[in-house]
Design a protein around this ligand. Structure first.
Ligand SMILES: NCc1[nH]cc(CCC(=O)O)c1CC(=O)O
Length: 321
């Protein structure tokens, strides 16, 4: 499948992604991977997009704006054939891909933990009474308030650099950022990682998803397949199946993580009421050699457990699904 004949020019691929430094770093990683795995047969050109999500300026707009805000423009360009591949932070990708699109690679997951950033404390617990927490994430807001109901949550939007600047300016006393993003930008040391069990991350946090059209040529799909990391792919499938089953509302704080328990996978899922006054956890295990279908069933079963437990309190789960 490799083209080592120097007289034959490399085939050009257009890789679409968002314009943020993090998105560009991720796209470059994939471009390097494709070049190496194809022994130079493919060369990638990175095309940066501004998505609707990048243009919105307030947290509330994001939270009420529906799904795919960070992917729609890329989805459309991929469908139209203006791109060959789209590179996404998987946690920003809606749980169902647009028709005609497939995941072509799930490279090794980067640190999935959330990071805590503050000049006033080393952890959420140590923050002074009534401290301001900057976040645009309903999940992080609910998880932090579950622990510290006295905190005041303030809107914190923008890319990693913007949010760090807002913290420096004192617009908040603390904020959270995904360790994966910080690590990929070479800035992991600005944050204190929070143990996974203390703050369960968003489904697929730290995983990159590479999306192709389902009619992409087999040679390209084979090369992309070699970039896939099995355990990260298993996590992507189980965590996203959990999310899909729960996807009643984009206003519900949801977290999920597939843990490596030696000879088994354990999926822990969590749903909180907005504001963190109530929290439901579910969990389930499966064998490490589970098929994709079994990983999907695991995700759905953990979601179903939470739906049963939470449906009285959260009417959004009352519907049959
Ligand atoms: N919603 C924005 C977003 N999407 C992906 C990441 C980080 C990288 C990742 O989780 O893969 C971030 C920033 C953050 O949550 O701090």
């Amino acid at each position: 499948m490799t083209n080592t004949d120097p007289t034959k020019g490399a085939r050009r691929l257009r890789l679409g992604t968002r314009g943020s430094p993090l998105a560009l770093a991720q796209a470059n990683q994939i471009a390097d991977g494709i070049r190496a795995a194809s022994a130079g047969a493919y060369e990638c050109e990175i095309v940066a997009f501004t998505t609707t999500g990048d243009k919105l300026t307030t947290e509330r707009l994001i939270n009420s704006g529906g799904k795919g805000l960070f992917t729609r423009e890329l989805d459309d360009a991929l469908s139209r054939g203006e791109l060959d591949l789209a590179v996404h932070s998987l946690k920003d990708v809606p749980s169902v891909l647009p028709a005609g699109q497939v995941f072509a690679a799930f490279p090794a997951r980067e640190d999935p933990r959330d990071g805590f950033l503050s000049h006033k404390a080393k952890s959420i617990r140590e923050l002074p009474e009534g401290a301001k927490l900057g976040t645009a994430s309903l999940r992080r807001e609910a998880q932090a308030l579950a622990l510290r109901p006295d905190l005041e949550v303030v809107t914190f939007r923008g890319n990693v650099a913007t949010r760090m600047r807002k913290l420096e300016e004192g617009q908040a006393d603390a904020t959270f950022l995904a360790m994966a993003g910080l690590t990929r930008l070479g800035m992991a040391d600005v944050a204190t990682p929070i143990p996974l069990e203390d703050m369960l991350p968003a489904a697929a946090q730290g995983i990159i998803g590479v999306v192709a059209r389902d009619d992409a040529d087999t040679e390209l799909l084979e090369i992309l397949g070699t970039l896939t990391h099995g355990p990260s792919r298993a996590a992507a499938i189980a965590e996203r199946a959990f999310l899909e089953k729960l996807d009643g509302s984009c206003r519900t704080p949801i977290a999920a993580h597939l843990f490596d328990r030696g000879d088994e996978w354990e999926l822990i899922g969590e749903v909180l009421s907005p504001g963190g006054t109530a929290r439901w956890r579910g969990d389930g295990v499966c064998r490490k050699d589970a098929t994709d279908a079994q990983l999907v069933l695991l995700g759905r079963a953990v979601a179903q457990e939470i739906i049963f437990a939470a449906k009285e309190a959260l009417p959004v789960f009352g519907d049959e699904r």
